[in-house]
Design a protein around this ligand. Structure first.
Ligand code: UDX
Length: 474
């Protein structure tokens, strides 16, 4: 239940409804945005599916409403193939077919004189905030006369790129030719052709094209867009999307969302976090540990998993590795480690199914992060000034990895076929070499910029004020 007071104890000024995509990397930033809006005096109601439902008890400041026919939606999601794209498409189709989002929104649209006491206190919502990949929720909002604001949970660079596919095709970057993978995309430095998501290489090309179009469609039909980034990090990219969208669709750079309230990813985690790793980190020297995690959805093949394991083992450095259930393709359970691996790493390795990642990255013992460059992980790492080893796998991750290496120069990519010798060399470069010292210095500089944007009067704080004003004016 949304309280009658804002985060700072003042009276609530209005009410917003938010509908996240039910996947970790999308749910956390939406709940974090809800927290930031609530702290500015907006009651926040979170619509959600039964599938991957958020933990309402961890967020007593919000109201939670499960969409009716949630079972149909959950069944569609459970039946869809494992990959994220198929699930997003199935979710949109099920929401549209069942009318569940429209029904849930209609029940919230009562005027202040109608309905029960709870609704009177919540007021009629000013808008619906949707994930950029949820056009079905946007259509539902339009049916009940509610404007939408779109949350982009990826970078501004990805936002811009996904709007530019017509140009990429026209200029011959796509479909990508094997011989041109290193070709720079001169319109969007520092990207190369190999960083682009190419629908023609995806198992279902039609679906690949559709997923690309989702965020462009939802943004075009919205009353504004929020991007989880900060002005100093992506100045040209934000400039370019603002130029294109014009004044009718204002773009608010509000990030890093996980530091706006005490609502970090640890509070919105869908999996139980194993805190034993914090005690283990407490026993390690400052900056000595490599943290390794590939986020909540990506899978690696069995060969790559084995090479990662031996690459880590051969460095003889301490490391903390998130070995999530389902990490290895073809096995939805706990990944099987290579024979003799545990003996080889005894005393200097800690494995967990799932970590309290924000806390891990903030720990002084962590000196590097081997990541798939999901956008949340990247922002969490940037905030803590932890340099990265990047092994992107899918979607927006290659874009982010390229920026980490080329634009911000706060890490290195591990490219090509994964092989233990190459991995060992890359880890040593990050954790021990001169290049590692240089990326650490730049990571420290970027950390100072992020702190400035979060200060009172900083760009992110100003953007939240503007967003709230904009929402209340709709
Ligand atoms: C996905 C996409 O991969 C990503 O590129 C997109 O921008 C958002 O959705 P995911 O792959 O899960 O997300 O990666 P990421 O964006 O990094 O989000 C993972 C979240 O899980 C982070 O907030 C991280 O702190 C959290 N996490 C990860 C944990 O809490 N514990 C862990 O052990 C690992």
């Amino acid at each position: 239940m949304a309280g009658a007071e804002s985060g700072d104890g003042g009276a609530l000024r209005g009410h917003v409804v938010l509908f996240p995509l039910p996947f970790q990397g999308h749910l956390s930033p939406m709940l974090q945005l809800a927290g930031a809006l609530h702290a500015r005096g907006l009651a926040s109601t979170v619509l959600h599916t039964a599938y991957n439902a958020p933990d309402a008890a961890a967020h007593p400041e919000f109201a939670f409403v499960a969409v009716p026919s949630g079972d149909a939606v959950s069944a569609a999601l459970a039946e869809a193939p494992k990959d994220g794209i198929a699930k997003i498409m199935a979710l949109n189709a099920a929401i549209e077919a069942s009318g569940c989002a429209r029904d849930a929104l209609a029940s919230l649209m009562v005027s202040e004189s109608e309905g029960d006491e709870r609704r009177q206190r919540l007021q009629r919502p000013a808008c619906l905030v949707i994930d950029a990949a949820l056009p079905a929720a946007q259509k539902a909002a339009a049916e009940v006369g509610l404007p939408t604001i779109v949350l982009h949970t990826g970078s501004a660079a990805a936002f811009r790129l996904f709007r530019s596919y017509a140009m990429l095709r026209e200029k011959g970057y796509l479909p990508a030719k094997e011989s041109e993978l290193d070709r720079p995309v001169i319109e969007m430095p520092p990207l190369r052709v190999s960083d682009l998501f190419d629908p023609s290489k995806y198992v279902n090309e039609e679906m690949g094209n559709k997923i690309l179009a989702l965020s462009t469609e939802t943004t075009t039909n919205s009353s504004g867009a929020v991007v989880n980034t900060f002005e100093a990090l992506e100045t040209p990219e934000l400039h370019s999307v603002r130029d294109e969208l014009g004044a009718d669709i204002p773009v608010f750079a509000i990030g890093p969302l996980h530091k706006l309230t005490n609502n970090n990813s640890d509070r919105s985690s869908l999996l139980e976090q194993d805190r034993s790793c914090i005690e283990w980190l407490d026993t390690k020297e400052p900056g000595s540990v490599l943290y390794v995690s590939f986020g909540s959805v990506v899978m690696v093949n069995q060969d790559d998993f084995r090479e990662v394991a031996w690459g880590l083992a051969n460095t003889e450095m301490p490391f903390l590795w998130v070995v999530r259930h389902g990490l290895v393709a073809g096995n939805s359970g706990k990944p099987v480690l290579p024979d003799r691996f545990m003996e080889a790493v005894k005393g200097r390795c800690h494995l967990v199914d799932w970590a309290p990642q924000a806390e891990v990255l903030a720990h002084p013992a962590v000196g590097g992060f081997w990541t798939h460059n999901g956008w949340n992980s990247t922002l969490e790492s940037i905030y803590e000034g932890v340099p990265m080893l990047s092994r992107p796998i899918f979607g927006d991750q290659p874009i982010t990895a390229r920026y980490v290496q080329e634009t911000w120069q706060i890490g290195f990519m591990v490219e090509g076929k994964l092989e233990r010798g190459k991995i060992e060399e890359a880890i040593r470069r990050l954790m021990e070499g001169e290049d590692g010292v240089a990326v650490q210095e730049r990571a420290d500089q970027l950390k100072r910029k992020i702190l400035t944007c979060l200060e009172d009067g900083g760009s992110t704080q100003q953007a939240i004020d503007k967003l709230v004003g904009h929402m209340l004016s709709l």
